[in-house]
Ligand binder design. Structure first.
Ligand code: HEM
Length: 571
């Protein structure tokens, strides 16, 4: 038996050696004999075949959806030069966007994220179904869903039957690592979420108040210097530095020092890495085709990985240091305590810390910058908030702060009109799915079919919010009931003079098992900072109402939040 095996092994080995010796010669001969034009033609033919296969597949999927009664977004522009093939070539990529319904304040850095202003369907008050079929480049179909019943199924009741999109996972994964909570799916997500949930309970969060306020003091020191000259400060940048410091102190037990001109080594590296992630055509191509374009070593990507290595090495040290302080108060300490049974590996722990940094910083900074510039634009609302805060002795008492109606309505109204996460996507998971719809009954969606949740579009729908939906008006929250039941809300929108807003009408933090885990953390930071800043400074700005520049990339940010901070207790 042993002999037989070694004979077979020897034979295989000699076969392998011959093949290795002959292969280059054979390949060389084939290449030498082939006309380069034939090679180029074959590659072009293969590419065309590949595109046609995709077009046919997409056209079939779109037809299946249309047959179930889902209307297709109309084309408002004329594409005569495409001989009627625009649906299959361009899709609705050049049409208006629903995420920015009727509200175009500045450049859209992601023009290819589709939509449709006044699209046939969900944003026409009262017209069902609140779902439309829309297409992307090369006709790739997706449905844009505003129907609360369908959203409940996709985001809550059957959320694990729908997955994050591969391109989104690749992109976010570059910042968070491949095993952070935002990108993991299915059972892995459940395991991570179980460990991380307790980190964001009020019991863990409340002791972080002093660390948050220490960061606010640093901002005061900086703003106080500028008061004399009454120069507007770029709060869009300052808010980003401020929230970066907060995440460093509260989540990583680390001084990122982002408000100082030089910053720490880690904050510098992180900023440079994030800069390399700015969306452009090359990045989109490398995310869409990771095995071809994605493998080309561009200088930008090399820089990105070099800087991320600095961040990763620092996070490794942070984990080691936190392990030496079993009673430490920050999120990294609590993470290690919750992971006492080692359910998460070291790599997974590192990805989670990167996730807190990436998911918790930019979003909160956009929300804070928007709140502050809007208060500067609307002095009457600012005064109402000042009056409310005048009755509070201790602004560090979070229990008191969390019950202030005007403060909360400013945060809610800003999250409605300028939600940092303004859009999200899901793909139908393995085996396809059937979703309920209010107007069409059950709809069957094939595996891999894309679903767009137009968060901002829903937040701006006059059918839900009233005719002044596009106006920032925190007072509207004085007569709003947030209803946590499901879907029957639209039938009785106003009850006894109070507007009923359901779970899927207002989703700045999304909903369901994949809703933002950092919601309480973000709200705490916003309450503390807005209250502190407004009590200390009179805010003013030259940015006119409606003159905000919104950058819609991964998050929606105001890019021109220039605000003057004049001390209230001086002059
Ligand atoms: C105003 C600030 C914030 C907003 C508007 C926001 C919004 C969101 C939204 C909409 C999602 C769902 C994304 C999707 O599934 O497509 C999300 C997920 C997430 N957020 Fe936030 N977020 C904020 C702050 C934070 C903070 C401060 C942290 C942590 C320190 C955080 C950590 C996360 C994580 C880990 C997830 C993934 C949750 C999961 O998939 O289980 N976020 N956030």
């Amino acid at each position: 038996m042993g002999n037989n095996l070694s004979t077979v092994a020897r034979a295989l080995q000699s076969l392998h050696q011959n093949a290795v010796a002959l292969a280059p010669t054979a390949l060389h001969q084939v290449i030498a004999k082939t006309n380069p034009r034939t090679v180029a033609t074959s590659i072009a033919a293969l590419a065309v075949l590949w595109i046609v296969k995709d077009l046919v597949h997409d056209a079939r999927q779109a037809r299946r959806i249309r047959r179930q009664g889902v209307p297709e977004q109309s084309f408002r522009k004329s594409y005569w030069w495409l001989f009627g093939l625009h649906r299959y070539l361009l899709g609705h990529a050049l049409e208006a966007k629903p995420t920015l319904v009727g509200d175009r304040r500045g450049p859209e850095l992601m023009p290819l994220l589709h939509g449709g202003e006044g699209i046939d369907g969900w944003d026409r008050p009262g017209v069902e179904p609140l779902i439309i079929l829309s297409r992307f480049i090369l006709g790739a179909p997706k449905i844009v869903v505003a129907d609360p019943r369908t959203l409940h199924s996709v985001l809550s009741a059957n959320s694990y039957r729908f997955v994050k999109t591969p391109i989104g996972v690749r992109f976010v994964g570059m910042a968070t690592g491949d095993a952070g909570l935002v990108v993991v799916q299915g059972d892995v997500h459940k395991r991570h979420r179980r460990i991380i949930n307790p980190l964001f309970s009020m019991k863990t969060l409340k002791p972080l108040v002093p660390a948050m306020l220490a960061s606010l003091d640093e901002f005061y020191a900086l703003a106080d210097q500028s008061t004399a000259a009454s120069t507007p400060l770029p709060f869009h940048d300052l808010a980003s530095d401020l929230t970066l410091n907060v995440i460093g102190r509260t989540a990583m037990n680390y001084e990122l020092d982002a408000l100082s001109p030089q910053g720490s080594r880690v904050s510098r590296a992180y900023r440079k890495a994030v800069d390399a992630l700015k969306i452009n055509m090359w990045l989109m191509l490398s995310l869409q085709f990771p095995n071809t374009f994605g493998r080309i070593p561009t200088r930008k990507m090399a820089n990105f990985w070099r800087e991320m290595k600095v961040v990763d090495e620092a996070i490794k040290d942070m984990l080691q240091n936190a392990a030496k302080e079993p009673d430490g108060p920050t999120l990294i300490h609590e993470l290690l305590r919750q992971n006492a049974g080692n359910a998460l590996s070291e790599h997974e722990l590192m990805c989670e810390i990167r996730t807190f940094l990436a998911a918790g910083h930019e979003t909160t900074s956009s929300a804070l910058a928007s709140c502050i510039v809007l208060l500067a634009q609307y002095p009457e609302i600012q005064q109402e908030l000042v009056d409310e805060l005048a009755a509070v002795d201790d602004l560090t008492d979070y229990d008191v702060l969390s019950k202030l109606p005007r403060l909360n309505s400013v945060i809610n109204e800003t999250s409605r009109l300028f939600p940092a996460v303004f859009i999200t996507f899901r793909d139908v998971g393995k085996g396809g799915a059937t979703v309920p719809t209010t107007a069409l009954g059950p709809s069957v969606l094939p595996e891999g079919f894309r679903i767009e949740v137009p968060i901002r579009g829903i937040h701006c729908d006059p059918h839900i919010w009233g005719p002044d939906a596009l106006i920032w008006n925190p007072r509207r929250w004085d007569s709003i009931n947030l209803v946590h039941g499901l879907t029957e809300v639209p039938a009785r929108r106003v009850v006894d003079g109070r507007r009923q807003i359901g779970q899927y009408d207002f989703m700045p933090f999304l909903a369901g098992p994949r809703a933002c885990i950092g919601r309480q953390f973000a709200i705490m930071e916003l309450r503390l900072f807005i209250a502190g800043i407004v009590k200390r400074y009179k805010l003013s700005t030259d940015v006119p109402i409606g003159g905000e520049e919104l950058q819609c990339a991964i998050t929606m940010r105001m890019m021109n939040a220039w605000v003057r901070f004049a001390r209230r207790d001086v002059g």
